[in-house]
Design a protein around this ligand. Structure first.
Ligand code: NAI
Length: 306
């Protein structure tokens, strides 16, 4: 059994849906939990702390310790106060679950600047604010477990969700680099890509399908990602009790060189460029440049970045 006693967790957007299940499960495993939720609609309108307070009451009823917080993750100052409240109450923060989110689905033609910006603000900037507010503290205590909630929409695309897809894949990039920077401080950063029958999927699937996709069956994946023996820089996909991993890979590719017909050769050798035999999962972005220089005949070169 994963034991989180003595650990302190912040779960954003935990007034309902997945966040609520995450918060309840972390508390059942002994963590003290700050339950954050803006308490607005699926589109992000309105504000109420009632739902966060209800989850706190549930945790307390099951014998755990929790406090409610109604900050919007888009408000950096309020997020700072949220982290201060946790530190003054429990003296530490070990786990951050960036889960808060909303939708503003439209095809790209119909999407306004505001709708695009709002989704990036809530998902990507919101996770940035919360992570920034706990990062130095986690570094000082040489312990931290952070999860970004990404989505299959970001990993693979989804019609009508260009804003959401962009924000969600942005979180994968944030995780990749923070996972590298956190290594020497024992801070591990991972992504969770859930499928769950929450209000986010209401009307998009049959009721029976929504019921099969219980949010509670995603939370064990989250618990694994915030445990002491968590992986680092993984993208864990989870839904209906099944778990998969997604990877950003690089094919072996071909060397074309620089000449007048290079673009034609790129098209002509597309099958070779795309061939997935021997593809790798680079440890860092610099791997791409190193491999390209090696193929170009420059041997093994180090220190190539993006
Ligand atoms: P949900 O709508 O039930 O939960 C999201 C919660 O975040 C709500 O309680 C909402 O009040 C809160 N929230 C929204 N904006 C906030 C803000 N600015 N500050 C603080 N809290 C805020 O939806 P669900 O499905 O539980 O979503 C949780 C996360 O999982 C989201 O990041 C979502 O994008 C992600 N996700 C969900 C999928 C699904 O199948 N349900 C699929 C892929 C990703």
């Amino acid at each position: 059994m994963i034991d989180l006693s003595g650990r302190v967790a912040i779960v954003t957007g935990a007034g309902g849906g997945l966040g609520r299940e995450h918060a309840l499960l972390l508390a059942r495993h002994g963590a003290k939990v700050l339950v954050n939720d803006l308490g607005g609609s699926l589109k992000g309108e309105g504000h109420s702390t009632t739902r966060a307070e209800q989850v706190v009451a549930e945790i307390v009823k099951q014998g755990g310790e929790a406090i409610a917080n109604g900050a919007s993750v888009t408000d950096a100052a309020a997020v700072g106060q949220m982290v201060d409240a946790v530190l003054s109450r429990w003296g530490r923060v070990d786990i951050l679950v960036n889960n808060a989110g909303i939708l503003r689905d439209k095809t790209f033609s119909k999407m306004s600047w505001e709708e695009f910006r709002l989704i990036v603000d809530v998902h990507l900037m919101g996770a940035f604010h919360c992570t920034k507010a706990v990062w130095e503290h986690m570094k000082q205590q040489s312990y931290g477990r952070i999860v970004m909630t990404t989505s299959s929409s970001g990993l693979y695309g989804n019609f009508g969700q260009s804003n959401y897809s962009a924000a969600k894949l942005g979180l994968v990039g944030l995780m990749q680099t923070l996972g590298l920077e956190g290594v020497k401080y024992n801070i591990r950063v991972n992504c969770l890509a859930p499928t769950a029958g929450t209000r986010m999927l209401d009307g998009l699937m049959m009721q029976s399908t929504l019921e099969a996709l219980q949010p509670a069956s995603v939370s064990p994946g989250l618990l694994a990602l915030v445990s002491e023996s968590a992986p680092n820089r993984a993208i864990l996909c989870a839904g209906a009790g099944s778990f998969e991993r997604a990877y950003i890979t690089l094919t072996r590719g071909v060397h074309v060189g620089l000449h007048d017909r290079a673009a034609d050769e790129v098209l002509g050798r597309w099958a070779g460029i795309s061939d997935r035999a021997g593809e790798i999962v680079p440890e860092a972005g610099s791997a791409q440049g190193q491999i390209e220089l090696e193929k170009a005949g420059f041997g093994s070169v180090t220190g190539v970045g993006s």
